[in-house]
Design a protein around this ligand. Sequence first.
Ligand SMILES: Cc1ncc(COP(=O)(O)O)c(C=O)c1O
Length: 434
Amino acid sequence: MATEDSDLQNDLQSILQQKTPLLPMAELRSFVEHYFSCREKYLRILEKYPPPVYILESDVLKEKVRQFQEAFKRVLPEVSFYYAVKSNNNPEVARILLQWNFGLDVSSGLELKMALNLNADDIVFSGPGKTDLELTLATLHAEQVTVLIDSFSELHRLEAIAASRNKRVRAGVRLTTNPNGLWRKFGILPHTLPAFWKEAGQCPHVMLQGLQFHTSWNLSPEAQIDFIKRLGKLLAKEFNPFRKEIVFIDVGGGYWPPQGEWLQAAGTPAGRIRRALGKGADPGANHYRFPATPIESFADQLGVAIEEHLFKSVSCRICLEPGRWICNDVMHLFISVIDKKAPDLVITDAGTNAIGWERFETDYFPILNLTRPILKERACHILGSLCTPHDVWGYSYWGEDIRPGDILMVPMQGAYTYSLRQNFIKPVPPVIIK
Ligand SMILES: Cc1ncc(COP(=O)(O)O)c(C=O)c1O
């Protein structure tokens, strides 16, 4: 017990001493400068559609698509792209992506219905706990959908449903990347793959053709490469008899946007511990950043790993399921100041129900005062109008001053915010598509 306590103390000490890198001021200033330079364009739109609103920039989306596709097409002989709808489920985002040769990656019947309504002809359906109703919908649209099966029992349910409809369904199987902790809920354990493949051989209505795995929040491709190496070994040895049947390997999503992860002090490892101890409520003036690998380098490194570890055993198409990387930069939120309760405290017309979680208590995003733009950051609590103190936009703004009626921009709120919006107290802001 005494050793456990002292181990814990040592761990805490080392985390508290860890220095999270600061967000370089020059980068932050040029980020803010860029959005201030587009100010007139946004204000013109807001004259017609007053805040709070989201603006979706379709040109930015098209550019993200181009860059992502180009990076991976350079290094992979045969590659397919599937946009992870969950990261931003606005139908317009999916519609634009379909025009640019993306398929859709859906995770529920709801998302599948949206994809079918958009006439998507190449859909992958993944996720644990698919219901019979969801599997039936996928079966009825078997020409458009590939089901990424999550368990042995799901394989048998899919077989029964497909048999009852006299359909044959294309399928893959998801592999668990981490058998410990909460990630074990996804997929089957890799060592059971040969048994799974054999069992699928007894299911005439399921055409098993591929494998899928996914790791999240990858600032670098390390986790993906680690799993590719493990998969390579499996394919070369135990799985050897079946490997000719593999048509695709889907390496999932999880690519972090190039800006890296921007944090408030409370979001750094040391800050999280201080918060848990009830200390360090002061957000401080510093911003922090864990850097991310550029997508071209992600593609290069994954390309090398796939060539070295997978293509030795199989020759197949590679599928990618990016979400966050594609949609993060394409939507911004515009809100306005309703009340100034102190020189350093304002309340806005919208609450963080617009983004669905307490993001800005830990994540940093600059808040730009479009009404009084200057390249100076000033301390001020910018809080929403929900009846909860956890309704925080940030602890500073960029501008000359801040007053009631001012229009504030929270840039780059495209990923895992809009999809998580909640009908809680305040209405959800509409999306204006440009
Ligand atoms: C199976 C699967 N694919 C792709 C994604 C998209 O990940 P990201 O938005 O991080 O690229 C997710 C996200 O949870 C996922 O679960």
